[in-house]
Design a protein around this ligand. Structure first.
Ligand code: SF4
Ligand code: SF4
Length: 473
């Protein structure tokens, strides 16, 4: 309180340490399965090989920054095709909206990296320090030898996990076996070490300390996910109609005139977000289902039906018990239909772009200075830079020609005796050529011309529209 006895306003709420209690049940098992699958994919995917031929990397998933390429199994993305990345992000966002509108925050509860790594760190903490009460006692107690070694062991294991996590991330940007081997040879670049150090620190802080604070204060998705909810979205809910009036219950006592909640707080003790689901749906709830398992175990003990806390829709929860069985869950609703349509549209466009993706590209840039040169024989010459993108994994030869002008003469400049009919471009790379186009034209406005590129092996054809300049504008 201040001197004037008015309540003091603080802008910072100190983090209340949460000690989630161990629980077992269907949703806990699902979370273990999700954790093993997601971590397994994350740690092992860089080691999957994918044969692209002798002139391309054989790592299935690779972001090759020095060569400006991204590889995902059979897909290779060049910098010019960044729209694929945009499409993937749009697809991922709409898929997330779709799943959220159906099943609530299952992404948050089971698959989000913040949840998965926090779960892993809590598991390590529990293995070393014991379950909820022991952890709480240890942390709040004085510094003894036991506390010292248990804390040291916990933080050491967290750092090891964080380091492996950071190292695995860097593997996606390098050839994984080579980089791993370079660690054994103590021959790792300082850039790689700096990235690993930074990512180790952020993993350690996010999963070891920040934990639920990330979901509550940092994650934008947590803020707007409620916009995707409606009364038919599956949420984790406490059945107030059945549970209230809550209160302690002794074995053998009748259940008449009271609710089924025995106020044991098991659902609160297991919650990784530290909330009480009996207070209603809250922004902090990540729909992990652990309170469902905890409550079901209690219901089994007191020999009452399971499901006092459960996955259900708000609409069904608000009905009297007798009417609930008639009200089915509506999965297909206007909102979910729109998401499906958007998913199909974006997915279809991306698939079409992928299937019709050309194995080569031609870009033509007109010289700016000089725009044209008048030759002694009366003809006009224009210069251009040709960029030929050979997206195949074979070395290729191309021929280039120009349409739109009579008796045109093409010459490749400054490159020995390379002929326009025989331009060599190495596999998976960009060939750059300076070409001049000469023609006997009268001075006048720019004439449209078409550059035609033909792959001499496959016959694949690419065109690029440009202009031929013959007088100053
Ligand atoms: S309230 Fe239940 S579902 Fe929500 S975060 Fe807590 S334990 Fe998970
Ligand atoms: S676990 Fe179930 S019975 Fe226990 S407090 Fe929570 S809702 Fe009530």
């Amino acid at each position: 309180m201040t001197e004037s006895n008015e309540p003091e306003i603080t802008f910072f709420a100190k983090q209340e340490r949460i000690y989630p209690k161990r629980v077992w049940g269907r949703y806990r098992k699902l979370k273990w399965v999700a954790m093993v699958i997601t971590l397994g994919i994350y740690y092992l995917a860089p080691f999957i090989r994918w044969d692209r031929g002798p002139n391309a990397p054989d790592q299935a998933i690779l972001i090759d920054l020095p060569n400006r390429r991204a590889y995902w199994f059979f897909i290779e993305i060049w910098p010019q095709e960044v729209y694929f990345l945009t499409g993937i992000l749009i697809l991922a966002a709409v898929a997330l909206f779709f799943v959220t509108s159906l099943f609530g925050r299952v992404w948050c509860g089971y698959f989000c990296p913040q949840t998965v790594w926090t779960d892993l760190f809590v598991w390590v903490e529990r293995i070393v320090q014991g379950d909820r009460n022991k952890r709480k006692k240890l942390r709040e107690g004085p510094w003894t030898f036991e506390k010292l070694w248990k804390m040291a062991a916990t933080h050491f294991l967290w750092l090891v996990i964080a380091w492996v996590t950071a190292g695995s991330f860097v593997l996606y940007f390098n050839d994984a076996p080579t980089l791993v081997w370079s660690f054994f040879e103590l021959n790792v670049s300082s850039t790689v070490l700096a990235f690993i150090a930074g990512l180790t620190f952020s993993t350690y802080v996010m999963a070891g300390f920040a934990r639920e604070q990330v979901c509550i204060y940092m994650c934008p998705y947590a803020r707007f996910q409620s916009a995707m909810f409606d009364s038919d979205t599956l949420i984790i809910g406490y059945d107030e109609v059945r549970g209230e009036k809550r209160g302690k219950h002794k074995k053998g006592e009748p259940w008449d005139g009271r609710g089924h909640c025995v106020d044991c707080t098991a659902c609160v003790q297991v919650c990784p977000m530290g909330i009480d689901i009996r207070d209603g749906l809250q922004m902090e709830c990540i729909a992990c289902g652990l309170c469902v398992d905890a409550c079901n175990n209690i219901m089994d003990k007191v020999e009452l039906p399971r499901g006092l806390i459960r996955y259900d829709t708000e609409r069904r929860m608000s009905l009297p018990e007798a009417e609930r069985s008639k009200k089915v869950v509506h999965l297909m609703r206007p909102r979910t239909f729109y998401y499906v349509v958007i998913l199909a549209l974006v997915g279809g466009v991306m698939l079409y772009a992928l299937i019709t993706r050309a194995p080569q590209e031609l870009h033509v840039l007109h010289d700016r200075n000089p725009l044209f040169v008048a030759l002694s024989d009366g003809s006009i010459r224009n210069g251009y830079v040709l960029k030929i993108l050979n997206k195949t994994h074979d070395h290729r030869r191309y021929s280039v020609s120009v349409e739109g002008l009579e008796n045109v003469v093409l010459e490749i400049q400054g490159a020995g005796d390379i002929q326009p009919e025989n331009l060599y471009v190495e596999a998976d790379s960009v060939g750059s050529f300076h070409i001049t186009v000469s023609a006997a034209v009268e001075a006048g406005p720019p004439v449209p011309v078409t550059f035609i590129l033909i792959d001499k092996q496959s016959g694949e054809r690419s065109v690029y529209e440009s202009i031929f300049v013959s007088e100053r504008g």
